[in-house]
Write a protein that binds this ligand. Structure first.
Ligand SMILES: NC(=O)c1ccc[n+]([C@@H]2O[C@H](COP(=O)([O-])OP(=O)(O)OC[C@H]3O[C@@H](n4cnc5c(N)ncnc54)[C@H](OP(=O)(O)O)[C@@H]3O)[C@@H](O)[C@H]2O)c1
Length: 281
């Protein structure tokens, strides 16, 4: 049986949908905090089990009979997030899971400017130390988060962002989901770490070039990271503002510039490009 944690989230639901097109629902387990959220999958025959990252006993019970587990990283932050992942990894080991998949980030490191990548570094270490067979998807930035960054730039004609000439290998979330479903149902992924992103990387000048169509022109204006963070804290909790500012600085310094063929190979086609995505908005 294949189980997915975070099955009520965007990536989890999309992965389950792709899995349902490849395998029978009786072999799938959706692990969620709130089973109501995935009642549509229960209706399709998927086994829905309650499991909370903060409650190891619930995770252990939810993993009975599971051979392959996809741990979708938690939305918590820092040590709390790593502890939640530790609970899943320990429960997986105890429950006899044979193969653990994990959604990480590019260039996980204890000194990452994009601080969630520090949690991913610590989690990857827990996974490799666990002795479980693993497959790690180091997912690049979702194209799907770009509209939030772009804001009203297509109306104002100006996109203010502090990423300099830095690039990211942006990726569509549903492309990741399809690749996960393909990998979860095929052989050859034992103890592999995949950089999951586009085969090329794009800068914010490339983003504004893609937005400049249908008679509109959008200009990229590189601003100071400190000014960006000051603006963000007017609307967001300081800790969240710091993460977004760190993401911009991480892009500027190349943390997300990781072009790779892995996703293309897992999909058997070219991933959706930045230009195609932005022109579809
Ligand atoms: N690469 C990127 O650009 C990017 C962007 C955003 C996030 N991420 C990371 O990728 C992950 C998946 O992305 P996504 O878009 O699917 O995020 P999402 O829609 O926010 O889904 C997060 C999932 O985690 C579950 N979850 C959170 N805390 C939990 C807990 N204590 N116990 C059990 N489940 C818990 C949520 O359950 P509920 O439905 O109960 O809340 C939800 O199913 C995120 O969690 C985050 O770590 C990556």
């Amino acid at each position: 049986m294949i189980a997915i944690t975070g099955a009520s989230g965007h990536l989890g639901k999309a992965t389950l949908e792709f899995l349902l097109s490849k395998t029978n629902p009786e072999s799938l387990v959706a692990i969620v905090r709130d089973p109501q959220k995935v009642s549509d999958f229960a209706d399709k025959g998927v086994s829905v089990r309650q499991g909370d990252y903060t409650d190891k006993a619930s995770l252990l019970a939810s993993l009975a009979g599971v051979d392959t587990l996809l741990l979708i990283s938690s939305a918590a932050l820092g040590d709390e997030r790593v502890q939640q992942h530790r609970n899943v990894i320990d429960a997986a080991k105890e429950a006899g899971v044979k193969h653990l998949f994990y959604t990480s980030a590019p260039n996980p490191s204890p000194t990452a400017l994009f601080t969630p990548a520090i949690d991913h570094f610590n989690t990857e270490n827990l996974i490799t130390a666990s002795g479980l067979t693993y497959t790690i998807f180091r997912n690049n930035l979702y194209l799907d988060v770009l509209p939030m960054v772009i804001g009203d730039a297509t109306q104002s004609g100006k996109l203010h962002y502090p990423a300099g000439d830095g690039k990211a290998s942006f990726v569509l979330r549903t492309d990741i989901a399809e690749a996960l479903a393909n990998a979860l149902t095929s052989e050859g992924h034992h103890n592999k770490v995949y950089d999951i992103g586009a085969t090329t990387s794009w800068s914010f000048s490339d983003i504004t070039a893609s937005l400049s169509h249908n008679g509109k022109t959008v200009e990229y204006i590189d601003i100071l990271g400190s000014a960006y963070e000051t603006e963000l804290v007017k609307h967001l909790p300081p800790i969240v503002a710091k993460i977004f500012a760190g993401m911009a600085e991480g892009i500027k310094q190349g943390e997300f510039d990781v072009p790779s063929n892995s996703l293309q190979q897992l999909l058997g086609r070219e991933p959706v490009s930045l230009d195609t995505y932005l022109k579809s908005l």
